[in-house]
Design a protein around this ligand. Sequence first.
Ligand SMILES: [Zn+2]
Ligand SMILES: [Zn+2]
Length: 257
Amino acid sequence: MPAKTTKNRQTGTRITVGDAESLGHDPAENAWYTICEDHNTLVGHPTATLARSHASDPAGWCEICGDLWDAKQKAGDCKIIGRLVKLVNEWGGELRLVSEKQYESYCDGSNPEYAEAPFSSASLGIDWEPKLIVYTARVEWFEIIHEMGHVFATTDGAFDDEIDEEFDFFGWEFLVAKRVKGNLATWIKSQSDYCVTDPEPDPEEVKQVSASYIHTADFGCLTTKQQTEMIKERIRHAVKRGTVRRTPQGLIPVSVR
Ligand SMILES: [Zn+2]
Ligand SMILES: [Zn+2]
């Protein structure tokens, strides 16, 4: 069977799949190969199926493709954060990037109003009154969006990580992610640990939201269909609360402060 070269959609590099013999390799070592033609790297496999499945993910085995892909992702994430900075400014707040060292001064107790995000992978927090969100370089864009929810999509004042409050702006977060062109599959994945279990369910809400998921699980445990259903329901909820507006251009998340 002749080797076949295709352009990979993710990395744009030319990837060849072929059996050892047609590629001029010793079949005793590996029967099949996946080759990155652009970077002259290859990986051997016992079966054709494995060789083909590797063709779709050169970033996973070609080191240079991997580095390029990481850099591309990083640049994309920077663009998203840039759009968040603009949005926060539009809403009269500030998204402030600080070093880890500088960040310490926010948490030293000198500002009792400063609240740290409890579940973030890196240093991140908010001061609700001046609409300030402080973040460090390793914070993910979807984590910033969540904190924005606490600042712009609630009028309650105090930073309060209780589930019912957070649950109010879940749909809003999704629409902010969409507005700043964040990858929505990434956003959905980032919500895997989001607890959709309400400790004290409102009976009316249970009726509306479909009892199948609201009291049972983490978002990541739901089926894709349930996740979609929940996002849609949360968006309707946000429209009702006034944090999302229906416009001729579609559903627009807004600040209520
Ligand atoms: Zn490569
Ligand atoms: Zn929160």
